[in-house]
Design a protein around this ligand. Structure first.
Ligand code: UFG
Length: 321
């Protein structure tokens, strides 16, 4: 199938693009390279450097589906500068959805987020039917785009899927996390393990969890990517479906640190710090819907996720110093 992948120069978009090419699809990547990297676009895909708002000019005739990864994803920044978030994540999705319908594209798979749910009422795994009450503009824009796709499906016959990612980590097929502003736990721990700069920080040690640190559901990017290929086939015209993508299990920050120590064989100097504002105590996915309807099973352990992230980190160090 001919596909458009927005954000295919980014972390998750590049991994999924590599797998789509393997599966025999023809892929055009639309990316403005604001946070993505030209050399992260897998060989065999065509890169068009453009803004999401120019999607109508980029979409080629005969495109069967769009996978939409492009977007702004820093929670803290979305609070300081929501304009950029609404403009790109919602305005950009609107431009893309309009272009898709105009060009007769039948399917869209969208990168939504667990942030759409906001602060869970309990520490129980989140279901797609749970209330979605975002606590920051980033989550609000992802939820708004989910709603946009639902209405596009109903009115214009698009088949749309919103994939709500929990905490994605790891690397696959030579592609991994390379954020200029790195806020995520796993890459920050790897930097500390490598002795680069400061000690890692543990944000919050007084949560009501088993060791006082926050619990998250860490999913290997290869498992996440696999769900996208399944989602592409999943819904028919006129339907929109939301799926949580997580392992269904959680790890505390201290458990992730212990895993990084084991996997890297390094020290990982870390200091206890105050909570990061807005961080919930526990965020874990109930993934039954994705298992049942997509036939998806996340297979990699946290050990493998951290191991692959570390392999990617070391390779980049070796290649770029
Ligand atoms: N953490 C640390 N030290 C760090 C970085 C993070 O202790 O240096 C902690 C955080 O407080 C949190 C956990 O590790 O408890 C994971 O933090 P990340 O920043 O890696 O991920 P988040 O859970 O905050 O964010 C993820 C996605 C966001 C999404 C959010 C809610 O990356 O896009 O889940 O769904 F908005």
């Amino acid at each position: 199938m001919r596909l458009l992948v927005t954000g295919g120069a980014g972390y998750i978009g590049s991994v999924v693009t590599a797998l789509l090419l393997d599966a025999g699809h023809e892929v055009t990547v639309l990316d403005d390279l604001s946070t993505g990297h030209r050399d992260a676009v897998p060989d065999g895909a065509r890169l068009v450097q453009a803004d999401l708002h120019e999607a109508a000019d980029v979409l080629e005739p005969g495109t069967g589906a769009v996978l939409h990864f492009a977007g702004k994803s820093l929670v803290g920044r979305s609070v300081e500068d929501p304009d950029e978030y609404w403009h790109t994540n919602v305005g950009g999705t609107l431009a893309l959805a309009r272009a898709a319908v105009r060009h007769g594209v039948r399917r869209m798979v969208f990168s939504s987020s667990a942030a759409a749910y906001g602060e869970p009422a309990s520490g129980a795994p989140l279901r797609e039917t749970d209330p979605a009450v975002p606590t920051n503009p980033y989550g609000a824009t992802k939820l708004a785009a989910d709603h946009l796709l639902a209405s596009w499906a109903r009115a214009y016959g698009l088949g749309a899927v919103s994939l709500r990612y929990f905490n994605v980590a790891g690397a696959h097929r030579g592609f991994g996390e390379r954020h200029t502003t790195e806020t995520h736990l796993v890459p920050n721990l790897l930097k500390a393990a490598a002795g680069q700069g400061e000690r890692a920080r543990v944000f919050g040690t007084d949560y009501p969890t088993k060791d006082g640190t926050a619990v998250r559901d860490y999913l290997h990017v290869a498992d996440l990517a696999d769900a996208h290929l399944r989602a592409l086939e999943a819904v028919g015209p006129g339907a929109h479906r939301v799926y949580n993508l997580g392992t269904g299990g959680g790890s505390t920050v201290r458990e992730v640190i212990a895993t990084v120590r084991r996997v890297t064989g390094r020290e990982v100097p870390a200091e206890d710090c105050a909570r990061r504002p807005g961080d919930p105590a526990v965020l874990v996915a109930a993934n039954d819907r994705a298992r049942e309807e997509l036939g998806w099973t996340p297979e990699r352990t946290l050990e493998e996720t951290v191991g692959d992230a570390w392999g990617f980190f070391l390779k980049r160090e070796a290649d770029h110093g």
